[in-house]
Write a protein that binds this ligand. Sequence first.
Ligand code: BES
Ligand code: MN
Ligand code: MN
Length: 464
Amino acid sequence: MTTTEYIEQHRDRFLNELKTLIRIPSISTASEHKKDTHQCAVRVQEYLVRAGMDKAELYPTDGHPIVYAEKIIGEDKPTILVYGHYDVQPADPLDEWDTPPFEPTIKTTAQHPQGAIFARGATDDKGQMFIHVKAVEAMVQTGSLPCNVKFMIEGEEEIGSPNLLPFIKEYREMLRSDVILISDTSLLSKNHPSITVGLRGLTYLDVKVRAARADMHSGLFGGAVANPINVLCDMVASLKDEKKHITIPSFYDDVEFPSERDRTLMREAPFDAEEYMDSPGVFGLEGEEGYTTYERTGILPTLDVNGIWGGFTGEGSKTVIPAVASAKISMRLVSKQNYEKITRLFTEHFKQIAPDTVKIEVHPHHGGNPYVTPTDTPEYKAAEAAIQQTFGEKPVPMYEGGSIPIVAQFKEVLGVETILMGFGFDTDGLHSPNEHFGLWNFFKGIETVPAFFSAYARMKDLTA
Ligand code: BES
Ligand code: MN
Ligand code: MN
């Protein structure tokens, strides 16, 4: 039996198993879901055993467990390490979901005429991660696995992978591989496949502006003291100029822009602005002057307020000058920017621009560096060949706006490059209500992964 026949025969079971995985609310950030998250890891482990791995184990961490599995067919064969995550983002706001977030429901949409599975984690990353479990099962069960394969599926990606770096340092030897393969990014579209070659880095921090020990009567003190909310708003506003260029000194020092030739290629990429705007229903687009929308998410860094609060927000009114105001700020990083350096530059600048009437605190959360995949390698060529084979179209290299912070560390610690072969769409509502994953995308992925394995085995043979 060929892998294609095997996949065809087991379609319904594959889909049902994915639904089982999706029903488990493995929200890594929520302590009340710690048991569910663990349960989800156990499920992933079971599916890996059933796929025919030599071994599949849970590695406990200070947080959620890491699932590791491997099948070694020969020391002389190349080794592919698949990384993915079984944890998901919180589902709120719940009342914006058309169907319950952890009850997978199949519905059609304009982009998914053959149906999509609606649920939290459907595309990010359970559906995409499961593609590899099922593709490997199909290869093992039909005796056509051409490479060694290892799986490392973690449960803390959505909270910044706090326990993965120590794990990869400790188990460097066990994780030895020739390439890392990840499906946790997007395809441009069905007819225009792409391979992600750029992921942005990230630094995320809390800022606090304090102007007094206690809240004050806004009549007695208003006009004569600093209002920390106003101060915070002024400070945040000053972080970008009228061209939306970030004003923190030295912020752009390590940003190298792609060549004019590559930028022309990027401008020609079939980016659909209508569709992009339509999925969250935005009213308009804006960004730094002189760049296209695609460039703004792919090759430019950002600075955004993710949340801002302070003072009175209850029902009705209360005349008050608050003592404190707070915000959560994230910066997406590109090219050679380093998140620790950017965190330091931000902190110094933010303290420096504050008026004498307030005290500033900055608390960094998690971060990660940007990553760019080299394209002149056997693994990139294998990915290109695999997609060419199953999509009938040559994939274009794409710079994505999102982040998978551990990928840069894979390169630093393990010395291995990553292939980002995602099968979702940016319009699939990841981290949003009504997240979904197309059935076409799911099965196209399961078909493409074995094509990658054989193309990679072939190309490594040629270069050996
Ligand atoms: N899978 C996403 C990242 C992604 C999605 C990259 C689509 C490219 C295209 C990942 O799960 C994610 O959400 N990452 C976070 C990282 C953060 C929590 C440290 C992000 O980008 O916000
Ligand atoms: Mn993800
Ligand atoms: Mn995510």
